[in-house]
Design a protein around this ligand. Structure first.
Ligand SMILES: Cc1ncc(COP(=O)(O)O)c(C=O)c1O
Length: 442
């Protein structure tokens, strides 16, 4: 008997993506207290408000009047309590400079399982075609989009985010293929680079989406992924505006998450966008994949947001600020002479490094040194007790394979200063320096 037939997506998902493969093999024998993981995008455990989550759970369960059926099924658009808390959070903290008027004009919906599920929903609801995004790419979503049958058109970014001049040039080069463009997806604090999309660029992207939509005679949505936007910890960064402020044609959808400021395990993400068919279909999608995000989690998140948002945000950002400064100084001290560019460190928890000559991909000597797979016992240590290993995300996976950054990507890497404690980050950077010296000695 033949194997069962799989859809295009099914067949493309049989093999794990390169990054999940790498992470899984590392995680399988990760030794706490010995190996150092600067690869995963986990948040720092100390930022998770355990006490507030516990308090929220007690309050929610004790007040069935306000929190109706919190342990039952929820509605597909999300808990009204949580939606109101999100509005209050945005207004109290002047997030994106959004006003009550803007919030009234737009719909808020709660994702079934974090912002990731909104990204997945998007790919289900829009017809296959081209997706414009910035390069370096958010590799997890780009890989998913390709398995869903979309094609990625990755436009390099500069210090202000996706380079809109290059986008204009690419649009004119692809000519009639513009017909295939389905949406524009930009991460406002880019993962992997940490580059912050400037207000000027946001405005320009909205203008370009509008222009393209007029030209094609149909709406081309601009999807902005704000995953790290509440984690801008460098006080020198101007406050980002919401792109909804510039959007006259109803093209902008902003995706946000409470994963990075509260806890990923709550799985609370939300979308703000114009009312209309697409938003209605996204709500139906939530119903189709699980009726709603777990209602109890929505109510707990809403409670914390309403009661403690400012204190929690301040605490989280203070922690990441200090780690960003320490990590930045250690990068300069240990690797400064070997790198030509260092991005990130102003928001979120990534640095993205470009080495002058050292290659970083998973077949490189640098990578083999850090994962102790050189085959040389003096470097790797004994097979049953290897020397400490360090994991980062090689740039090869962070740039688009068909894009112009592919070559430089071989010499880049993303490191996360989120999860590990400072001492370990420092130690990892010293090991990275040893890895560079090892490569230079060959
Ligand atoms: C750019 C980006 N978008 C979305 C997410 C996922 O967020 P959530 O935990 O809400 O699914 C992440 C998580 O790392 C991310 O980096």
């Amino acid at each position: 008997m033949d194997e069962m037939e799989l859809s295009f997506y099914g067949a493309a998902s049989v093999e794990p993506s390169p990054v999940s493969r790498m992470m899984a093999s590392f995680a399988a024998d990760f030794r706490d207290g010995v190996d150092i993981n600067l690869g995963v995008g986990y948040v720092n455990e100390k930022t998770i408000p355990r006490g507030l989550i516990l308090e929220g759970m007690q309050k929610v369960i004790a007040d069935p009047q306000k929190y109706r059926g919190a342990l039952n099924y929820g509605g597909p658009q999300g808990s009204e309590n949580l939606i109101q808390s999100i509005k209050k959070f945005i207004l109290d903290n002047r997030i994106g400079s959004l006003s009550e008027y803007e919030l009234e004009r737009h719909e808020i919906l709660i994702a079934p399982s974090g912002a990731t599920s909104l990204l997945e929903g998007l790919a289900q609801l829009l017809p296959r075609g081209l997706v414009i995004t910035s390069d370096p790419i958010y590799y997890i979503y780009s890989n998913f989009l390709e398995r869903m049958g979309f094609e990625i058109l990755a436009i390099p970014e500069d210090d202000e985010g996706l380079d809109t001049d290059l986008l204009a040039q690419t649009l004119s080069e692809i000519g009639n293929d513009q017909q295939n463009i389905r949406f524009i997806y930009v991460v406002t604090i880019n993962n992997p680079t940490g580059t912050i999309l400037s207000n000027r660029r946001r405005r320009k992207l909205v203008e370009m989406a509008a222009q393209l939509s007029h030209q094609l005679g149909r709406k081309v949505p601009l999807v902005l992924d704000r995953a790290y936007e509440d984690l801008i910890h460098d006080p020198a960064v101007p406050r980002p505006d919401s792109a909804l402020l510039y959007d006259e044609a109803g093209l902008v959808y902003e995706l946000s998450t409470l994963s990075k400021i509260f806890a990923p395990a709550l799985r609370i993400g939300y979308m703000i966008g114009p009312p209309g068919d697409f938003t209605r279909a996204m709500i139906q999608r939530t119903s189709d994949v699980g009726f709603s995000a777990p209602l109890i989690m929505q109510e707990i998140a809403g409670y914390i947001l309403e009661m403690y948002a400012i204190g929690q945000l301040t605490r989280v950002n203070r922690g990441y600020r200090q780690k960003a400064l320490d990590t930045g100084a250690w990068i300069d001290e240990t690797l400064g002479e070997f790198i030509s560019q260092r991005h990130g460190g102003q928001a979120g928890f990534y640095y993205y490094l470009t080495f002058d000559t050292i290659e970083t991909h998973d077949e490189s000597d640098f990578f083999r040194f850090l994962t102790r797979t050189t085959g040389k016992p003096e470097i790797d240590g004994p097979p049953d007790n290897k020397h400490p290993r360090v994991l980062t995300i090689p740039g090869r996976y962070c740039v688009h394979a068909a894009g112009s950054l592919m070559q430089i990507g071989q010499r880049q890497l993303r490191l996360s200063y989120g999860f590990e404690e400072p001492d370990n980050i420092h130690k990892a950077l010293q090991l990275m320096r040893e890895a560079v010296e090892y490569c230079r000695s060959l």
